[in-house]
Design a protein around this ligand. Structure first.
Ligand code: UDP
Length: 245
C-alpha cells in the first residue's frame, strides 16, 4: 500500500459528488426524500461554516439512467438528455434545503434553464466559490454519453479543487467486493496506478482518467451513517483516499 504523502487534507476547495440515489430513502418509491436532503444540507452547512469552498455535482439515478433506458430501446442521446434533466430536479431540491438553512447557494446548469438556474459559466462559478457560496453543478456536462462522475472530474479540473469527495453506499475501495467476499480488505489509501493494475473500481473510466491526468485525489466514503458527510467535508480521515504517485 502507498504512503499517504499525497493526502490533500486539510483542503480549501472541494467537489462533493452525490449520486441521485443518495437523496432517496432506501426502499421508498419517492425519488427524493426531503428528510435526507435536509440532513445532507445541515452537514454541508456545518462544513462550509469552517471556510470550505464547496462545489456539488449531483447525479440523477434516483429518477433515470440513460444507459438503462437505452438498453430498453430508447435512443441513447435522448435518454441521456432526460437523465441530465433529472439531475436538475435533485439540484433544486438541494439548493432549497441549503437556502432554508441559511447557506448561500447557486445552481449552475450545463443546459440553459434560466427560470430555475444560472447557466454554467466557469469564471462566475469560481467567483461564487471564492465568495463562500455553495455552487451546485446541474445537468451533468451538458452532453450525452457522459456520467455525473465524469462531470465531477471535469468541474473539479476546471475549478482547481484540492479533492473530490465521492459519497457512496460503501465505505471505500476494497481489494474484492465486500458484499461477496467476507475477507475483502478496505484500502485506506491507494494510488491511481494500483487501481488500474488491480482493476479496482473507483469511478467510470473517463472520470478516473480525468482525475489521474489532472492530479485530483478522490476520497470515497459512505454517506449513510449520520455525521460521515460533515466528517469527510472537514477533511477528517474517512473512507479510501485515491491519489497520485
Ligand atoms: N448524463 C449525461 N451526461 C452527463 C451526465 C449525466 O448524459 O454529463 C445522464 C446519463 O443518462 C446518466 C444520467 O444523466 O445516466 C444520470 O447521471 P448518473 O447516472 O451519473 O447519476 P448517478 O448515478 O450519480 O445518480
Amino acid at each position: 500500500m502507498s504512503s499517504p504523502s499525497k493526502d490533500p487534507r486539510p483542503f480549501k476547495r472541494a467537489i462533493l459528488k452525490l449520486s441521485g440515489e443518495a437523496l432517496r430513502e432506501p426502499g421508498s418509491t419517492d425519488n427524493i426524500s426531503p428528510e435526507i436532503v435536509d440532513r445532507i444540507a445541515l452537514e454541508i452547512k456545518e462544513a462550509v461554516a469552517t471556510g470550505l469552498e464547496l462545489g456539488i455535482v449531483v447525479g440523477g439515478g434516483n429518477f433515470w439512467r440513460g444507459a438503462s433506458a437505452s438498453a430498453r430501446g430508447m435512443d441513447r442521446a435522448t435518454a441521456d438528455y432526460v437523465g441530465m434533466l433529472a439531475t436538475v430536479m435533485n439540484a433544486l431540491a438541494l439548493e432549497g434545503a441549503l437556502e432554508h438553512h441559511g447557506v448561500s447557494c447557486r445552481v449552475q446548469s450545463a443546459i440553459e434553464m434560466k427560470n430555475v438556474a444560472e447557466p454554467f459559466i466557469r469564471r462566475k462559478a469560481e467567483r461564487q466559490l471564492e465568495d463562500g457560496k455553495v455552487v451546485i453543478f446541474a445537468a451533468g456536462t451538458g452532453s450525452p454519453f457522459f456520467s455525473t462522475d465524469t462531470t465531477s472530474a471535469l468541474r473539479a479540473s476546471e475549478m482547481g479543487v484540492d479533492v473530490i469527495l465521492k459519497a457512496t453506499q460503501v465505505d471505500g475501495v476494497y481489494n474484492a467486493d465486500p458484499r461477496k467476499d467476507p475477507n475483502a480488505v478496505r484500502y485506506e489509501t491507494v494510488t491511481f496506478q494500483e487501481c488500474l493494475t488491480k482493476r479496482l473500481s473507483v469511478m467510470d473510466a473517463t472520470a478516473f482518467s480525468l482525475c489521474m491526468d489532472n492530479h485530483i485525489p478522490i476520497i470515497i466514503f459512505d454517506l449513510g451513517p449520520a455525521g460521515n458527510l460533515s466528517h469527510a467535508l472537514r477533511g477528517l480521515p474517512i473512507g479510501t483516499l485515491v491519489h497520485g504517485e
